[in-house]
Structures are given as C-alpha cells and as structure tokens.
Write a protein that binds this ligand. Structure first.
Ligand code: NI
Length: 309
C-alpha cells in the first residue's frame, strides 16, 4: 500500500481490502453444508397468518440487494417478517441506513462502526453519528463491538476496544440501545460491559457464547439475538441457550446477507429467512410459531422502541 496516503485514505483502503478478504472467507466458510435435495418451500410461500416477526439485525443497505431491494422486503412481508432493523457497519453504510430508514416503510436503522472497520474517531465522526441518530426511525447505535476472530493484531484489537468504549459512551449520552458484535472476544466483552458499559442497554447479536455467559448477560439486562446458525448441525451451545433463556429476552435476526439458515446456508441471506430461524427456535422451546413471534416482536419493540403498522 502506498505510504503517501493520508491516514484516513490508508484506513479506508485497508478496510476495503480486509472486507474483500473477509467476504471471500465467509463464502467458503458458509459453504460447509450442502443444500438438501428435497423440495424446499420458501418461507414466503408458507402462509403468514398470525405471524408478525421482526428481523432485528440485517444489513440490507449494500450492493447485495442492489437489484432486488424492494422485492426482498416484499418477500419478507409475505413470510411474516413485518419489520426490519438494518445496521451500518461503516460510516458510509450508516449514511445509507439513515436514507433507507427514512424511505422504506417498516425499516428501522442503527448507525455505528463495526469492530473490523474501526478507525480512530475524530470529533467530527462523533458528531456525524450523533446527527444520524436524530434522523427518522434510527433506533440504535450499532453494529459495534469486538472481533478477535478476524483481528489477530494486538494493537488493532486495542483500537477495537477503544472505539467500542467510545461508541458505548455515545449511546449512553443519546439514551439509545446498542447492538453488539462479539466474536471470540467474550472475556474482554464481559469486562467492558461490567465497567464502562454497565449503564448501557441493548442486544448481544448473533450470540456465540456459553449458557454461563448468557446467564451473566441476562442478569446484566442484555437481550440475546439468535440467527441462522441455530439451524446448523454444529450449532453447539445455541439450542440450549434458546431453550433456557427467558422468553422476554430473545430476539430473532438474520445478519443478512451473511449466515443463511439451512437449507440456504452458503447463499445470500435475507430478512424473510428470519422466519426459518424463528420456526427452529419455537420448536426448541415447545412454543407455537405464532406465540414465539408475538413475544420476540414485543421484545424488539421494547428494546428498540419500534412503532410500525
Ligand atoms: Ni451484523
């Protein structure tokens, strides 16, 4: 990389290269389980009477949906996914999220910088984030957090922690919930949430910790987001957590375009597939899909203060 770039441009170029590598790795990672041969009825063809789910964590601002964004939201509705909360993972994505929330019915937004994309904020970056949170239907600060799976460099992990703490502070000042990403950083996450973050509230999205960790988070008042990996054969601890967690603290999410549930694993994910994860979760808990969706939607409306038709 050319050294004559200014720090901002260098950070942006680095970010872009890292995102490309990550997306490529995720595609390989995701293709582990083959799609079954039996006929698949897509969730939008299963009828949605009595079902009103919220996809509480999506990324539908980007190029993955450039050709069919409206159709994607239509399919979600037909599958019973009546609202979507879409999150920015960079400043650029956050700016797009603000526009989407203003222009699409039942789409809400969160603004923030994801740990893999962090850079040293200046005051003007704080100011931009704060200004965005005042916009229509922006309901949270996120996606923020820690990712030690993709980041091995100790110095950059330090920057992740610093920017996580800074965005937690912004959320407290704004009295907004946060949506947190945590991958292989459980120890540092818990430490931060018990110190700097003890007065924050929000969601640990795509939860990947143990039941012990979940219990601690629940005690601290956090919500737990459940995604497509619940349907994978290697879901490990997640089914246990979904079974044991109190009904009023679970949220359904997709994290689309990543992490498609079976049988769509390895393909582009979309909000309609929240229905599949919800079906699995309801079954694990021994509840009807109708009851589970009503409860998790109530939870989503509580934590993110959503109001929709
Ligand atoms: Ni995400």
């Amino acid at each position: 990389m050319a050294d004559n770039l200014d720090p901002g441009a260098r950070a942006a170029a680095e970010q872009k290269a890292r995102k490309a590598a990550r997306d490529a790795a995720r595609k390989t990672e995701a293709s582990g389980e083959p799609v079954g041969k039996k006929e698949i009825v897509p969730p939008w063809e299963r009828g949605a009477e009595g079902i009103a789910l919220v996809d509480t964590h999506a990324h539908i601002d980007g190029e993955d949906y450039a050709d069919d964004r409206e159709e994607t939201l239509e399919r979600a509705k037909k599958a019973g996914v009546v609202a979507v909360v879409t999150f920015g993972d960079t400043m650029e994505a956050s700016a797009r999220v603000v526009k989407m929330a203003a222009s699409y019915e039942n789409v809400f937004g969160g603004v923030g910088v994801h740990p893999e994309n962090v850079f040293p904020f200046k005051k003007e970056d704080d100011d931009r984030l704060v200004a965005w949170t005042k916009e229509k239907k922006i309901v949270a600060v996120g996606e923020i957090g820690l990712d030690y799976y993709w980041e091995k460099d100790e110095e950059k992990r330090g920057l992740q922690r610093k920017m996580f703490i800074r965005q937690l502070a912004l959320a407290r000042e704004l009295d907004l919930p946060v949506c947190i990403h945590d991958r292989e950083a459980h120890g540092d996450l818990m430490t931060i949430l018990k110190t700097e973050g003890r007065k924050n509230r929000g969601v640990i999205h795509c939860f990947s910790g143990s039941w012990e960790m979940a219990k601690e988070l629940l005690k601290l008042g956090w919500y737990i987001g459940v995604d497509g990996p619940l349907t994978y054969k290697n879901a490990a601890k997640l089914p246990e957590i979904v079974a044991k967690a109190p009904a009023d603290r679970l949220l359904v999410e997709t994290d689309c375009p990543y992490l498609s549930p079976l049988p769509y694993r390895g393909k582009r994910n979309e909000p309609a597939y929240a229905r599949i994860t919800a079906e699995h979760a309801a079954e694990i808990r021994g509840e009807s899909l109708e009851d589970f969706s009503a409860q998790t939607t109530k939870n989503a409306c509580e934590i993110y203060k959503l109001q929709f038709n």
